[in-house]
Design a protein around this ligand. Structure first.
Ligand SMILES: C[S@@+](CC[C@H](N)C(=O)[O-])C[C@H]1O[C@@H](n2cnc3c(N)ncnc32)[C@H](O)[C@@H]1O
Length: 231
C-alpha cells in the first residue's frame, strides 16, 4: 500500500442507492465472472496505455476482475480501492487464486487515501454513476495522478435502449436475465449520466476537459492531467 495522506474520514453515505455488501456483492461477483472475456478484452485494450511497472489504480473494482487482468497483462503495480468491505475481501481472494499481486483496499472514491501525484493511470468501470460525490471523485483522481497521467471512466449512457439490454442478458438464464433487465431499466437508467452531464462534470473538475467516446450502451471519458500540472 502507498502511504496514506492526512484525512480519511468518509461522508455519511458515499454511494447512491444501497451498498453492495454481503449476498448482493457475491451475486454480482458470480454474474460478472460469466463476462470474464469482457474484462480480459478491456485489459488488453488498456494495456496500450500502461507500461510494465507503471503505478495503476482502479477505483471501485468490485470483485476485481479488471484489476487482476490488468496486472497480469501489463505487469503494472496495481492498487484498487472499493467502498464495499465484502468486495475488498472477494477481490483479494480472487487475486490470491489468480496468483497476481494486486492490493485491494477499502475506501471512498471521493477521499482517496493516497498522496498527490503517484499514479500513471487510473480506471473506473461501471461504478461512477453510483458515486454520491462525483465531482470530488474526479478531483481526487486528478490529485493522485502524476503529471501527464491519464484517468478513464467507463460507464453506461443514460440513453441505452431496452433492446440493448435484451441483447446484453442473452444466455444469462431466465431468472438472472429478468433481474438484470429490471436493474438496468430502473435503477441504472435513473443514475446513468447523459453525454452532456458527464462532459459538464469533466469541465467543472480539475481536469477541465474530457474526451468522450461512445459505444452502443456506454461511454468512455478520457481525462488527462497536463505534464506541467503538479497539483
Ligand atoms: C456495479 S459495481 C462495478 C464493479 C466493477 N468496477 C465492475 O466493472 O464490475 C459498482 C462498484 O462501485 C463501488 N462503489 C460505489 N460507491 C463507491 C465509492 N464512493 N467509493 C468507492 N467505491 C464505490 C461499489 O462498492 C461497487 O464495487
Amino acid at each position: 500500500m502507498i502511504a496514506e495522506t492526512t484525512s480519511n474520514a468518509a461522508p455519511a453515505k458515499a454511494y447512491i442507492g444501497f451498498g453492495m455488501e454481503g449476498f448482493i456483492a457475491s451475486w454480482y461477483a458470480r454474474q460478472t465472472f460469466k463476462d470474464i472475456d469482457v474484462f480480459r478484452n478491456t485489459a488488453r485494450r488498456l494495456s496500450e496505455h500502461i507500461t510494465r511497472g507503471a503505478r495503476v489504480l482502479e477505483v471501485a473494482p468490485g470483485p476485481g476482475y479488471l484489476a487482476i487482468e490488468l496486472a497480469r497483462v501489463t505487469g503494472c503495480r496495481m492498487i484498487a480501492l472499493d467502498i464495499s468491505h465484502t468486495f475488498v475481501s472477494i477481490a483479494n481472494e480472487n487475486a490470491g487464486k489468480a496468483g497476481v499481486d494486486v492490493c485491494f483496499e477499502q475506501g471512498d472514491a471521493a477521499n482517496l487515501p493516497y498522496p498527490t501525484g503517484v499514479f500513471d493511470f487510473i480506471v473506473c468501470r461501471a461504478a461512477f454513476k453510483n458515486f454520491a460525490s462525483p465531482l470530488a471523485a474526479l478531483d481526487e483522481m486528478h490529485r493522485v495522478l502524476k503529471p501527464d497521467g491519464t484517468a478513464l471512466i467507463i460507464d453506461l449512457r443514460k440513453d441505452f435502449s431496452s433492446g440493448d439490454v435484451k441483447e446484453f442478458v442473452k444466455g444469462k438464464g431466465f431468472v438472472n436475465a429478468a433481474l438484470i433487465r429490471l436493474i438496468f431499466n430502473t435503477m441504472l437508467k435513473k443514475r446513468a449520466y447523459t453525454c452532456e452531464a458527464i462532459s459538464d462534470l469533466a469541465e467543472q473538475s480539475r481536469f477541465q476537459h474530457g474526451d468522450l467516446r461512445l459505444d452502443s450502451v456506454g461511454f468512455e471519458l478520457w481525462l488527462r492531467k497536463p505534464a506541467h500540472d503538479a497539483g
